[in-house]
Write a protein that binds this ligand. Structure first.
Ligand SMILES: [Zn+2]
Ligand SMILES: [Zn+2]
Length: 348
């Protein structure tokens, strides 16, 4: 465990299996002894390490175990006391003082419509979870376990310490059971005795109506499980709202771009508009210009906190008509002539 396999392969700890393979292939090419005639032994040595790292990280089971080992190293818990099989009965396992679980971050993509209505979804979130093999106790299934007599199963002891104000009781980790509350014979092979493995949990995430792009929602106690029955970390969700081509949000106001025909712009008339709340009929007055805004009050986004709605603006555009029939072309040509346009200028 002296070398960090992730460092050897030059990848991040959340690298995918593809990343692992790619990194290995790249290094294997560079370090092949045939290509390193100047220092074949050195290259072979290094390549051996690369291969060892690859063999562990490319195997999901081995990698999971290795990750846990890293986690322990990172937490500084086990450095002086690596887990080992005990001879006698009262194996205490690796020390396991309660420690808060890690905060888990997640980006949640939602539809534009969902940011308006709010959304509730169950999502599988990757995080350290309780080992199901041992139920989180860290003890090998089927092997005897007894409650720690020293701390009576709590994992902690109260120790009187003298202060200028007199004696006070301080909580310390029980040294008989190393904070576990139990005495075990063998540690669970799957989690190496720490009671946690890398896994995932389905978390129901509820986003309020009007939730904004980039908002961060914090769910207390829904993050990674803690070591030794420590409290869970938090889950931090960053909201990512999908864009739509003809709608945009400005504060809590909603802007919808709506294309109207030239005759409608000239003569006025009714225009059916799809808003986020359904269909609305807009009255277009005669001689409406492009980029005119029509205000529909309180039909914008609800404020995620107060629930108060912003306004809706329908911005109309006059686009040239598409797929003109021969008849329509003739009529337009006639129209152009009526308007005194020079047909040569129009290339007609
Ligand atoms: Zn286990
Ligand atoms: Zn104890």
């Amino acid at each position: 465990m002296a070398d960090d396999y992730y460092v050897i392969l030059g990848i991040e700890e959340d690298a995918t299996q593809d990343d692992v393979k790619r990194a290995y292939r790249k290094l294997a090419k560079i370090m092949h002894p045939d290509l390193n005639k100047n220092d074949p032994t050195g290259a072979a040595e290094t390549f051996k390490k690369v291969k060892e790292a690859y063999e562990v990280l490319s195997n999901p089971l081995k990698r999971e175990k290795y990750d846990l080992e890293l986690m322990r190293r990172g937490s500084g818990l086990f450095t002086s006391n690596p887990p080992q099989q005990s001879q006698g009965y009262a194996y205490t396992g690796p020390p396991l003082a309660p420690q808060r679980g890690s905060d888990v971050k997640l980006v949640m993509k939602i539809l534009f419509q969902e940011s308006f209505t709010g959304v509730k979804k169950g999502i599988d979130v990757k995080m350290p979870v309780r080992c199901t093999n041992c139920g989180g106790s860290g003890s090998a299934p089927g092997t005897p376990v007894s409650s720690c007599p020293t701390c009576r199963g709590s994992g902690a002891l109260l120790q009187p310490v003298q202060t200028p104000q007199g004696y006070i009781n301080q909580r310390i980790v029980c040294t008989t059971c190393n904070g576990r509350g139990i005495l075990m014979q063998n540690f669970c092979q799957r989690c190496s005795g720490i009671g946690l493995v890398n896994g995932s949990e389905n978390v129901v995430i509820s986003l309020p109506p009007g939730v904004e792009d980039g908002a961060i929602i914090k769910l207390n106690g829904k993050g990674g499980y803690g070591l030794g029955n420590g409290p869970r970390g938090d889950l931090l969700i960053t909201v990512n709202v999908e864009e739509v081509p003809n709608m945009k949000r400005v504060d809590n106001d909603l802007y919808i771009e709506e294309s109207i025909s030239l005759p409608k712009a000239v003569f006025g008339g009714k225009q059916r508009v799809f808003t986020l709340e359904g269909r609305r009929t807009l009255r277009i007055p005669p001689m409406t210009r492009s980029r005119t805004e029509f205000l529909i009050e309180s039909e914008g986004f609800p404020d995620p906190v107060t629930g108060e709605h912003g306004d809706l603006y329908v911005v109309v555009y006059i686009d040239p008509p598409e797929d003109l029939s021969e008849g329509a072309k003739k009529a337009l040509k006639k129209f152009a002539m009526e308007m005194g346009e020079d047909l040569n200028d129009l290339g007609l």
